[in-house]
Design a protein around this ligand. Structure first.
Ligand code: ATP
Length: 248
């Protein structure tokens, strides 16, 4: 569904954030992209979103090379949950979700005091999927727990029914049980017909739900496979600790 082919990204003259990265995100699967701090994970998301232009290589989306700006990629069905959630602290759950469906409304609909039924129905579906958000409907994001805020960031990204959702380190700062609940919801979202790219430093939690994983180290893909393949190869220890499993 989405492929990176030979993607190379440089920041300034000196930093090669990605070098010849090849990876594929398969339809209706969870693909994890794992790696330590600074490995280049966020840069992969930026390239997919159109925020950073590679110096070499291409991103293919449903067979076509992606070259348009961020807004166009969003219209093509790509959605991103950025690192740190990027919510508006002073806005309520109601305001976040209403704003999330706003861009897909036509100009006439935007000036109506009530949202058209189709969009209200979409928000209702999201509230069924994330019951905590219904409880907090009139509450400001800043008053909610980290887990609830991450659910809001996820629901906001899902509001327009994207085909592919890319999440940048959604588990950061969350307790293990909250991460389990969040990733469980991701799994059910994928079963309902979505595709996910899960960028994570927390390899253990990500591999619990991922169908396939890639391991990035210093901007290069150093391993890929199922959890079993990665466990057997010791590639994760190598990528996270900078030494081979034989040496552990
Ligand atoms: P983290 O887990 O810390 O977010 P990451 O795996 O997401 O790390 P990136 O944020 O993609 O890694 O960074 C890859 C490399 O590029 C790092 O060496 C980082 O310092 C560098 N880098 C990232 N953004 C920029 C930037 N805007 N300008 C210069 N260098 C950058």
């Amino acid at each position: 569904m989405l492929q990176l082919e030979g993607v190379t990204v440089r920041y300034g003259d000196a930093i090669w954030a990605l070098q010849d990265v090849n990876l594929e995100v398969a339809e209706n699967k969870i693909t994890a992209l794992l790696g330590a701090n600074g490995a280049g994970k966020t840069t992969v998301i930026r390239v997919i979103a159109g925020l950073v232009r590679p110096v070499a290589g291409v991103v293919r989306w449903e067979g076509e090379i992606l070259s348009g700006p961020v807004e166009e990629r969003s219209r093509q069905g790509l959605a991103v949950v950025p690192e740190g959630r990027q919510l508006w602290p002073g806005l309520t759950v109601a305001e976040h979700l209403t704003l999330a469906v706003y861009p897909v409304l036509g100009p006439r609909q935007r000036f109506r005091s009530r949202l058209p039924e189709a969009y209200q129905a979409r928000i209702e579906q999201l509230l069924d999927q994330f019951p905590a958000l219904r409880r907090h409907w009139r509450h400001r994001a800043e008053t909610m727990s980290g887990g609830e805020q991450q659910m809001l960031a996820l629901a906001r990204a899902l509001a327009t029914n994207p085909k592919l959702l890319a999440l940048d380190e959604p588990s950061v700062g969350l307790a293990p049980l909250v991460v389990e609940e969040l990733f469980g919801r991701l799994e059910s979202t994928v079963r309902a017909g979505m595709t996910v790219l899960l960028v994570e430093q927390n390899a253990e939690a990500a591999l619990d739900v991922a169908d396939w994983a890639y391991v990035l180290q210093s901007g290069r893909v150093v391993a890929s496979g199922s959890r079993r393949d990665l466990d057997a190869s010791g590639a994760l220890e190598e990528a996270y600790l900078g030494r081979s499993s034989q040496a552990l």
